[in-house]
Structures are given as C-alpha cells and as structure tokens.
Design a protein around this ligand. Sequence first.
Ligand code: AMP
Length: 380
Amino acid sequence: MSFSSFGLSADLLKNIDNQKYTKPYPIQEEAIPIILAGKDLLALAQTGSGKTASFVLPILQNLQHKKASLPRHVKVLVLVPTRELAMQVAEVFDSFSLNLPTKLKTMAVFGGVNINIQIDALQKCEILIATPGRLLDLMASRSVFLSEVEVLVLDEADKMLNLGFKDEMNDIFFHLPKKRQNLLFSATLNDNVDLLKSILLHEPVKIEIETEKQNLDLINQSAYLTTEERKGVLLRYLIKTQNYKQVLVFTSSTRKADNVVEKLNKNGIQAAALHGDKSQAIRTDSLKKFKAGEIRVLVATDLVSRGIDIQELPVVINYELPRSPTDYVHRIGRTGRAESKGEAITLLTIEDEHHFKIIQKKMGRKVEIMESSEFNLHGF
Ligand code: AMP
C-alpha cells in the first residue's frame, strides 16, 4: 500500500515525500481511511507506531475545502497530557501543512509559559493542540472558543486520565458542539478509558496496533550489577568506551537527575537534565538541543518516558530502576523506535534484583544480567 492510494491531495503527498515516509505504517493504513470518511475512531496504539501522522494527514485533507474560521474559533482540538507532546504534535501538523492551498494555522498551548503571547496568537488559529489546564484558562478569559470544533482528538487518553485530568476534560467536552468527529488514541484500554469512550465516541471504528511487542523485539536489553557508589563511574565508563552518539539516561528523582548531570559535566561529558522542576523554557531548550544532536546525554525523569520521539536514539540507560514495569517499557521504548534498532541498559544494585525479576516477567522478556565488578573503572 502507498500513501497515494488514500486519495490525499498532491500537496500533502509532496509533504509526505519531504518527510521521507515511503510507505504508511500499519496504523496509518487503518486509521487514515476511517478519519477521511468522517467516522469516530478508537485507536489502541503506542507512540512510535506513527499514530500522529495517522490523524494529522486525514485531518489536514478534510480541512482543505472548509471556510476560514471565525476569530478565536478553532476547528480542530487535540488534547494531550504533556507540554512536550503538545509541541511534538504541533510540529507534525506544521510539517505537513507546508504550502497547502488553504493556509491552516496550528498552535500548541500549555502551562508554564506566558499566557499573553498565546492569547494574541489565538486570534487566528484553526488547529489547537492543548494540555487541559491551560486550555481551560484560555477559555475562561474568552481567548478561544470551542463552539466551531469539528474534530476532537484525545492523544494518549490513558495518560491524561492517569494524570488526573478527568474533571478538566469533562469541563472542556461540555463546551464542544454536539456534532463533531471524535478520535481517541490510547496505549491501553482500562475502565476509565472505556467510560470516556462511551461518553465521547459515536459508533466508533476500533483499531488495535500491537507495537509494544514489535518495539521490544528491536531493543537489545541488558543489565549490569553494580553498587550505588559505583553507578556514576560505571555510567561514564559505558558512555565513553561504547562511544554512543547520544544517550538518554533515566533517574527516578529530579535531584538524582541533577546530580548525575553535574558529575557527567565535571568529567567532560556534555549533559543536560530534563524534569518537572526545570522551567518550561529550559525543558524546551534541552529537548530541542538533544533532538538536534547538540547535547550528547540527556538525563530525565519519567516525565519524558512516554510520548517523546527522538530520532535514531541508540541507547537508553536506566540509572535507577523505575517502580512500574510499564514505565520500564516506556523508558526503553524511546530507543528502537520507528523500525530502527536500539539498546537498553539497566544499572542494578542487589536490592533491585527482585523487582527487576518482576519487571521481566510482566514484560515477557528475560534480560541478561552481567557483573560489572571486574571492570577497571579507574580514570573514568
Ligand atoms: P509517532 O508514533 O507519531 O510519535 O511517530 C513515531 C516516528 O515515526 C516519528 O519519528 C515519525 O516521523 C515516524 N513515522 C511515522 N510514520 C512514518 C512512515 N510512514 N514512514 C517513516 N517514518 C514514519
């Protein structure tokens, strides 16, 4: 199957070509025709599956012959759980909107940045990507109106519910017009998502894309047994001797992330921290630099373990084991994405071993644990 078989416009096909997408991913094969036909959709898919383009492309196609919006009345609303995902989705809309005959303006709005700039820019905006809290603030100040929304997308609905956005989401839904298209994307289906589905979707088509397993097949996982004291130097040893182009390191707390970064920088490895205690400007800047390859090591908390797409990231290192097996899978899933191979290394102490067994069992994969006490870490 090729992208041209969907009936997308020549301009959109050109933009797809510019993105070097040669053929649609499975989710795109399934979702694009459903969305083009104006139907509601429930898609069970992870990030990394290509889900963003699966809704962005048909939405842009369907908007091509629409009349211009009234000021501050958006036509498409995409709700997302995090600021990073908001920016990422907006980038995909922007890259596929280039040179389309009907100009469509996309904006991402989220908390932690100056609201006045967002208020001004919302004057003329067709496609709004928003985190729930900031959207409600903007609605309250009458900076944006939802009465003309034609398509609602909930991206990572399960994560939004987990983060406790349920009430905010209900407030938002209340302001939407009755007649609209609803697209719900979620990595998992639980009771809460089921409820959301029954409230929102009208005779939805359901599709399920199993990417997590495929993704895991692309990731070479290993673990090193070490001690808390030797972790820092082992991390530097691995980064230096393996000559990784880029490394994403996960810690469980913001303090530890800062601490690891400080030590790496002191030892001549260029690194930055990304976590919830950093200002939005710094978070955006670090992620942008890491994506552009300007920072070699990014040390993050689970804030970025989901939803963030980093092209061709060769390795993820778990400096600390996460509590939840799901978080482990999401963390390592930052590598081995979009059909390229990746490596995931976990640093374990004896205390972690039992919990790591549980993680392996839940994941359905065995991971080789290697001793690191023999390594000569002197000078690292
Ligand atoms: P997503 O799941 O939307 O975050 O997408 C994961 C990654 O796959 C992104 O880097 C996309 O640019 C890339 N991607 C999505 N669809 C395709 C495709 N059909 N061909 C090649 N890359 C793609």
